[in-house]
Design a protein around this ligand. Structure first.
Ligand code: IMP
Ligand code: MG
Length: 174
């Protein structure tokens, strides 16, 4: 059985999320923000982040699966659950758990842009820049840049496990 080694403690993660929340509150002062959570992994981060934003906030949820083998995502995605509401004229922030190759987000941005939001920004708790393949993904808010290791916790899973951990850990097999 694998074990999990702590990479970022609960305190470090929560403090950083509070900082991002303050930054977003400043950047969007006086304007409502529409947060789009990419399920399932983005949910714990979005809940914590939303509590730290002082603007008017609304939520929506998108669930996509990427066709791909093992841990490698492909360029194609399938929408399993689409948004409930239109994006027309809204200031949208896409909230993700982690950006790896960036392929999933690149496709999502294409889909959302066609729906005419006023603006789209990206917010991710974790970023693995060494793994980036998509060159059109510019992240506006990043919690932590991490090395190329498989991480779990705070929404991220290994085989659907560990999403509930209140910290970020690295999976070790030994
Ligand atoms: P990509 O950016 O299209 O390659 O895929 C990103 C998705 O892959 C994330 O939303 C996660 O669901 C998953 N993923 C990538 N790296 C990790 C990891 O280290 N742990 C858990 N899931 C990961
Ligand atoms: Mg994800």
């Amino acid at each position: 059985m694998e074990r999990v080694e702590i990479l970022l403690t609960e305190e470090e993660v929560n403090e950083r999320i509070a900082e991002i929340g303050r930054q977003i509150s400043k950047d969007y002062e006086g304007r409502p923000v529409h947060l789009i959570c990419v399920l399932k992994g983005g949910a714990p981060f979005m809940c914590e982040l939303a509590k730290r934003i002082t603007c008017v906030v609304s939520f929506d949820f998108m669930y996509v699966s990427s066709y791909g083998s093992g841990t490698e995502s492909s360029g194609q995605i399938k929408i399993i659950k689409d948004l409930d509401e239109p994006l027309e004229g809204r200031d949208v922030i896409i909230v993700e758990d982690i950006i790896d190759s960036g392929r999933t987000l690149s496709r999502l941005i294409d889909i959302f842009k066609k729906r005419n939001p006023a603006s789209i920004r990206l917010c991710t708790l974790l970023d693995k820049p060494d793994r980036r393949v998509a060159d059109d993904v510019n992240v506006d808010y990043v919690g932590f840049r991490i090395p190329d290791e498989f991480v779990v916790g705070y929404g991220l899973d290994y085989d659907q496990k560990y999403r509930n951990l209140p910290y970020i850990g690295v999976v070790k097999f030994d």
